[in-house]
Write a protein that binds this ligand. Structure first.
Ligand code: AMP
Length: 113
């Protein structure tokens, strides 16, 4: 999508710190980290959130999460991590391209909100 910041990051039109890339996704560092390790998993296909996800995109996302499980230790997440995907105004979603926050690198708060 031409005006989507994450599509531009995926295409390399906007700089980012890319830690991983394959045919399905990129994993970048969040520009405003909220934990010692704060990464964003960005599926390469543009869709706004899980409500807009097709069955095929759901399969791709499943592959991405499976791959993440193999990569996590290399990102400094040996102690565990939290996955968050904000959807819509109440969740304060600010970028309308589905993304999974990957948070860790310390003991996180035991309450989500
Ligand atoms: P959300 O509020 O769930 O939509 O999350 C969007 C996330 O994208 C925020 O944590 C931002 O810090 C992050 N973000 C926005 N622009 C960039 C960028 N250019 N590079 C890396 N992370 C970004």
């Amino acid at each position: 999508m031409s005006d989507c910041i994450f599509c531009k990051i995926i295409k390399g039109e906007i700089p980012s710190v890319k830690l991983y890339e394959d045919d399905d996704m990129v994993i970048i560092k969040d520009v405003a980290p909220q934990a010692p390790v704060h990464l964003l998993l960005l599926p390469k296909q543009h869709f706004a959130n899980i409500m807009e996800m097709t069955d095929e995109q759901a399969q791709i996302l499943g592959r991405c999460l499976k791959k993440l499980s193999a990569l996590a230790d290399g990102f400094g997440l040996e102690g565990g991590f939290r996955l968050v995907s904000n959807k819509g105004a109440d969740a304060c979603q600010s970028v309308e391209h589905l993304h999974i926050h990957i948070l860790g690198g310390k003991k996180l708060a035991d309450k989500m909100c």
